[in-house]
Every structure is written in structure tokens, then in C-alpha cells.
Design a protein around this ligand. Structure first.
Ligand code: MG
Length: 206
């Protein structure tokens, strides 16, 4: 059961992805929130509203908070992590470009497929990767070591701003290769060694 009080997301955390959308890597982590109501689990559909325009997948490494975190030091940050999970930061790209804040583009119901968390013990944290496939074809492959801001850095940075509660999620940004989803597609985000989340895409009624 995943019941986060919030999902804290990082934008433009891989240089190659920032540049593919014509953006620089920010000098500090660029944060936004997704609502818990956006969460769906493995096998549940991503529902695209017919008026939303282009909707993209964004495969990401997800971090589950295991202990209340407030002002944590970067070198102790992993102590606060309860698990790693694949997630898909589904984004209404046309609406994101229209809006200076992204609550609408990022916040639709079903726009956050999340996999099952895997404990960090036993994972090789230095070689974490995320892979996205659409209809079985690989579209993204990113490595945590290529993040502009590392997971420990992000946890220290965010926890100086807001208290992270057990069960909260962190979405650490997507690597290059984002692209559109269409009704009938099946999109899968995998973290090798930490499972996958796979979802069909359907057209909503309104
Ligand atoms: Mg993202």
C-alpha cells in the first residue's frame, strides 16, 4: 500500500533531457509536486483526456521515504530511504508549455504509475538505471550517475524545505528520450534489479 502525503519531483535533472526540450540544467534542483490522486499501480490504465494534446511518458527512478526526514545531511541521506521503485511521471506536454506552473500538466488522475518498492539493501546504488519501453521498444535508458543532482543531494536539499514523511515519494527526473503516448500503447518503466511498472494507455471520455 502506497499512501504518500506528497510526491516531490525534480525537473531537468539529466543534462541530455534538459537540452532535448531546449532547456538548460538548472543551477539548483527544480522542484514540483504531483498529487497522490495521480497514482496508479501496475496494470492499471493511464487515461488521456481527449483535450489534453500531447502526453508523454517520463521513466524515472523513484525513492520511497522510510523515515521522517527534516534537514538531513547528504552523507546520511540513504538512512532515510525505505526503497527504490520505478515510476512514470506522465506529462501533458502541450499543457506544460502553456503553463508556467505544472500542476495541471503533471497532475491528472492516472498520470503517476508506480511500481513496488524494493529495499535499498542488496541494490547496487551506484549503478542504478531506468529503462522505458513503449510497446516493447526501448525509448529511454538513463543512469543515476548521470543525474545533475544525486539522490543524496536531493534528499538533503528537499528536506531543508519540507519535512519528508514515511511513505512520501521522490521522482528524481527523467533521462533523454521522452516521447508521446497514444491510446492503445503499453508503456513500461523498469529499474533493472528493482522491478517494473507496466500500464496500458486509454483515451478518456472527457
Ligand atoms: Mg519528470
Amino acid at each position: 500500500m502506497l499512501a504518500p502525503t506528497k510526491i516531490v519531483c525534480v525537473g531537468r535533472n539529466y543534462a541530455a533531457h534538459a537540452s532535448e526540450l531546449g532547456n538548460p540544467v538548472p543551477s539548483e534542483p527544480l522542484l514540483f509536486l504531483k498529487p497522490p490522486s495521480a497514482i496508479v499501480r501496475n496494470g492499471e490504465p493511464i487515461v488521456i483526456p481527449p483535450w489534453a494534446g500531447r502526453v508523454d511518458y517520463e521513466g524515472e527512478i523513484g525513492v520511497l521515504i522510510g523515515r521522517r526526514a527534516r534537514g538531513v545531511e547528504e552523507e546520511h541521506a540513504w538512512d532515510y530511504v525505505g526503497g527504490i521503485l520505478p515510476l512514470n511521471d506522465v506529462t501533458a506536454r502541450d499543457l506544460q508549455r502553456k503553463d508556467s506552473q505544472w500542476a495541471r500538466a503533471k497532475g491528472f488522475d492516472t498520470f503517476l504509475p508506480v511500481g513496488d518498492p524494493v529495499p535499498v539493501e542488496g541494490l547496487d546504488l551506484l549503478s542504478l538505471e531506468v529503462v522505458t519501453r513503449v510497446n516493447g521498444m526501448e525509448r529511454q535508458r538513463g543512469r543515476a550517475r548521470d543525474m545533475a543532482f544525486s539522490i543524496p543531494y536531493l534528499l538533503a536539499y528537499i528536506s531543508r524545505i519540507m519535512t519528508l514523511e514515511p511513505g512520501d515519494l521522490l521522482a528524481t527526473g527523467t533521462p533523454e528520450g521522452v516521447g508521446p503516448l497514444n491510446p492503445g500503447d503499453v508503456v513500461e518503466v523498469e529499474i533493472p534489479g528493482a522491478g517494473a511498472v507496466r500500464n496500458p494507455v486509454v483515451l478518456g471520455e472527457r
